[in-house]
Design a protein around this ligand. Structure first.
Ligand SMILES: C[S@@+](CC[C@H](N)C(=O)[O-])C[C@H]1O[C@@H](n2cnc3c(N)ncnc32)[C@H](O)[C@@H]1O
Length: 207
């Protein structure tokens, strides 16, 4: 997939800031993630033929670009964002990208509509710390129900916000659903620096 409308860094930052000013809690960050963070998000994910990859909250495409760069033929990729402007821009850049404009809470229906048995790997840029708690719970319930056994869920939290109650509550919720966090990696080349966190679906997930 080629990038039909590559954005300059300034253009991408301005678009992102504009969406943040309009929907601060939904966007949850002032700027898109760095390429270093994007690479760290994918570092432990075996992107091999046959895998089904989902990205939640692609925004302006910081992680999307890296997934597309690494995606082999025979792997499938679905991106889900609730913001119609982000979705339009993603489709303008990568016309063959399977991008669904809707809530991640409806992920089970999106997966079923594609005839997939589930997802092998889910990466998320969703701002769980600023989303309403009930919405976060329903998104995580959907993630739990579609993630295939041994599948992974990878997200990030900013290091400065890591000890805050919403961030801790999110990790507790994840540990409750999937067991202890599988990996944590610090990424300093991002503004602000972040931890990449991942959990693994149990072998015999009750789905
Ligand atoms: C912090 S931005 C992340 C963008 C990008 N992944 C990055 O790291 O630069 C969060 C994204 O989540 C999207 N989002 C928020 N709530 C959502 C929901 N319920 N379902 C799907 N996307 C959502 C926002 O529209 C926004 O694009």
């Amino acid at each position: 997939m080629t990038d039909r409308r590559p954005m300059s860094a300034i253009e991408e930052h301005l678009t992102f800031l504009g969406r943040f000013l309009r929907h601060p809690r939904q966007v949850g960050a002032l700027a898109p993630s760095s390429r270093t963070l994007a690479r760290a998000m994918l570092q432990d994910i075996p992107l091999t033929p046959g895998r089904r990859i989902v990205e939640l909250g692609p925004g302006s495409g910081a992680f999307t670009r890296e997934v597309i760069r690494q995606l082999p033929a025979g792997a499938t990729f679905l991106a889900v964002d609730i913001d119609p402007q982000f979705c339009r821009e993603l489709k303008a850049r990568w016309p063959s990208l399977d991008c669904e404009c809707g809530s991640a809470a409806d992920l089970s229906a999106m997966i079923a509509a594609r005839g997939w048995a589930g997802a092998d790997h889910i990466i998320s840029g969703l701002p769980f710390a600023s989303l309403p708690a009930a919405l976060s719970r329903s998104i995580l319930a959907a993630v739990q129900s579609v993630l295939l056994p041994r599948g992974t869920f990878t997200t990030f939290q900013y290091i400065h916000a890591y000890p805050t109650p919403p961030a801790s509550a999110f990790r507790r919720e994840m540990d409750g659903r999937f067991g202890p966090m599988a990996a944590r990696r610090a990424v300093f080349r991002n503004l602000p620096p972040a931890f990449v966190l991942s959990w693994r679906q149990r072998d015999s997930a009750a789905r």
